[in-house]
Structures are given as C-alpha cells and as structure tokens.
Design a binder for this molecule. Structure first.
Ligand code: NAD
Length: 314
C-alpha cells in the first residue's frame, strides 16, 4: 500500500479513514527545506497552503504518485509541471463553499447593523447612547438587492441564503447562461432562475455587492466601478484580495459612496494594510472562509475518497 505524508495537518477522521483503507500515513510536518531529501520515501503528499510543491521538489521525487491539496487554491503547487510528470493533482473545490458563503452572509448582516463597530466601541453608558443614535436608522436586508459577481459554487450558496432572506438577487457571470439556484427541503425541489445583468447595471441597482470569482488578472472593483455604484452600497469580498483595489475602496468609503465593507481576503496577506486594519467602517476576518469544522471534515473525507479511487484505478 502507498505511504502518504500529511504535511500541513488533516482532520483526524481523514487520517483514520486513510489508515482503515490500508494506507500508511505519517503526519510528521517535515520542514520545507528537508522535503527534497525525505519526500522521495513517500508515494503521495497531502498539503494545505503552507507546504510548497514546486518543480525542484517534484524533480526530486520521480516516484511520487499524487499531490493532494485540502482546499481550493493551488497557488502553492506547480500543478501543470506535476501533471506533465504523470503525477495526479487532487483538490477539494466544493467542500468549503457553504462555509465561505455563510461568512459572506455574516459580513453582510454585520455591516447592515454596524455590529463590527458596536463590538469594539460599546464600552460604557456614554458610548451606548451615542452608538444607539448612530445606528438607529440602518436597514434590514429584506427586499434589498444583492449583486453577485461570479456565480459558481460559493455564489450559488450565498444566493440560496439571500433568497431565503427575501433579498432580490442579480448575477453577473459571463461564463453562465442561465443562473439557477436549486432548493431541496422535505423531499420537495424548487429551482429559482435569477436575472443576469451587465456589470454597470448591477452597480447602479445594488445595495450589496459580493465577489465570488477567482482572481481575474486585474481588480474587478476600482475607482471607476465605485463611481458607478449607489450611494451607501455595502461591499463584501471573500474571494481573492486582488479582486478589489484597496486604496480605491478606502477612497470610496471616505467619500461616503461605500457605507461599509466586509473583507475576509486582502491584497497582501498576511501584511494587511494598516489603513484597512484600523478602518472603523470595515468588518474584517482573517481569511477564515473555509475554516469551519464541517468544511475541514468534508475536505478530509473528499480527499480520502479521491486518493482511494486513484489508488484503485492504478
Ligand atoms: P467557482 O469556480 O465555483 O466559481 C467562480 C465563478 O466565477 C465561475 O462561475 C466563473 O464563471 C466566474 N467568473 C470567472 N471570471 C469571472 C469574471 N471576470 N466575472 C464574473 N464571473 C467570473 O469558484 P468558487 O468555489 O465559488 O470560489 C470563488 C472564490 O472564492 C475563489 O476566488 C476562491 O479562491 C475563493 N475562496 C475563498 C475562500 C476563503 O477562505 N475566503 C475559500 C474558498 C474559496
């Protein structure tokens, strides 16, 4: 049976499942600079984002059968090079979608009522009175328009929650012809079609804008896009930090165009700009979209299934 190195940790149920299938599993966390020497003794490696599997390491391991990434992004793996060498590269793109969508919803609700500010500033009866006054006229999300940029796995999950909250949801995704959300409850199924809009139209009607695309090579939201938006819009980003020009976002907040922003991802992680970190009107989380017990368990079990299928196909 194959010997597998789990180098960035894995939920224990995934490790147990691999062992029960007969694989030999080491959860050793070998430092990056020792991998060239030690990885050749394994048939496969499971990583998250910390361990880098670059061409040099791939060349050092001519018998490596697979590289598995628990999660979505594979920036830490030279995927094409590994595949050219006949190494299977596995990831788990769907396992964390619900968790990321829930975090986007949490930022939307938090921003809607200024919770990120009250949590920090409600300290005594004077702040109680002044915060109560400041936040007396914020809004419900019901009946507001949510503009989703990108309608893949996470966008769809957020659309489900937003529709359940009676929001109007519109979509921009040039690679999807008919955006549909499927609900299933008590054995009944319901499909809801959503309107597709052009970017400019979405900007002009949205109360909330949430980005769910990969990094598309340049920021999606810059000064000119902020200028097209409604006054007081709320911006949510759980996708990739580079999708928003942060300096233009800060200007749009200062100008009152953007009322609040909710961010899980940043242009330069973990060296987040101090202007972003300290900004009162930005609700922040430290890139934890996929970091739930449920997502990590689904990631581990999906990896086990894919590794086992690959082993049995050889
Ligand atoms: P997905 O591949 O399922 O969906 C992405 C969608 O974006 C696709 O439907 C695609 O057609 C669309 N798209 C591509 N280019 C576009 C463009 N220029 N304009 C509009 N739409 C475009 O991906 P997903 O699983 O939904 O993930 C979305 C994002 O979330 C990715 O950037 C991913 O890295 C990020 N993510 C973040 C976390 C986190 O912890 N915050 C966790 C997982 C994923």
């Amino acid at each position: 049976m194959w010997k597998i190195l789990v180098n960035d940790g894995m939920e224990s149920e995934g490790v147990l499942a691999l062992q029960s299938l007969g694989f030999k599993v080491d959860c050793n966390n070998i430092p990056q600079n020792e991998l060239n020497e030690k990885l050749p003794f394994y048939d496969g490696i499971i990583v998250r984002s910390a361990t880098k599997v670059r061409t040099e390491l791939i060349d050092a391991c001519p018998d490596l059968k697979f590289i598995a990434r628990g999660g979505v992004g594979m920036d830490n793996i030279d995927v094409e090079y590994a595949r050219q060498k006949g190494i299977e590269v596995i990831n788990t793109p769907a396992a964390s979608s619900r968790s990321v969508a829930e975090l986007a919803m949490a930022h939307m609700l938090c921003c809607s009522r200024g919770l990120h500010i009250s949590n920090r500033e409600l300290q005594n009866k004077d702040s109680f009175a002044s915060l109560k006054k400041q936040f007396a006229s914020l809004c419900e999300i019901k009946s507001k328009t949510l503009f989703l940029i990108g309608f893949g796995r996470i966008g769809k999950e957020l659309a489900k929650m937003a529709i359940g909250s009676e929001m109007k949801v519109v979509v921009y995704d040039p690679f999807i012809s008919n955006p549909v959300v499927d609900f299933e409850f008590n054995g009944n199924q319901l499909s809801v079609s959503l309107p597709q809009v052009e970017l400019a139209d979405g900007f002009s009607i949205a109360d909330y804008i949430s980005i769910h695309t990969p990094f598309v090579g340049q920021p999606i939201l810059t000064k000119s896009e902020f200028e097209q938006m409604k006054q007081g819009v709320i911006i949510i980003n759980t996708s990739r930090g580079e999708n928003i020009n942060e300096s233009d976002l800060l200007d749009a907040i200062e100008a009152g165009k953007v009322m609040f922003a909710g961010l899980d991802v940043y242009q330069d992680e973990p060296n987040i700009s101090s202007n972003i970190i300290s900004h009162r009107l930005i609700s922040k989380s430290p890139h934890i979209g996929a970091s739930t017990q449920e997502a990590q368990a689904r990631i581990a079990l999906e990896l086990v299934e894919k590794i086992d299928n690959y082993y049995n196909s050889k």
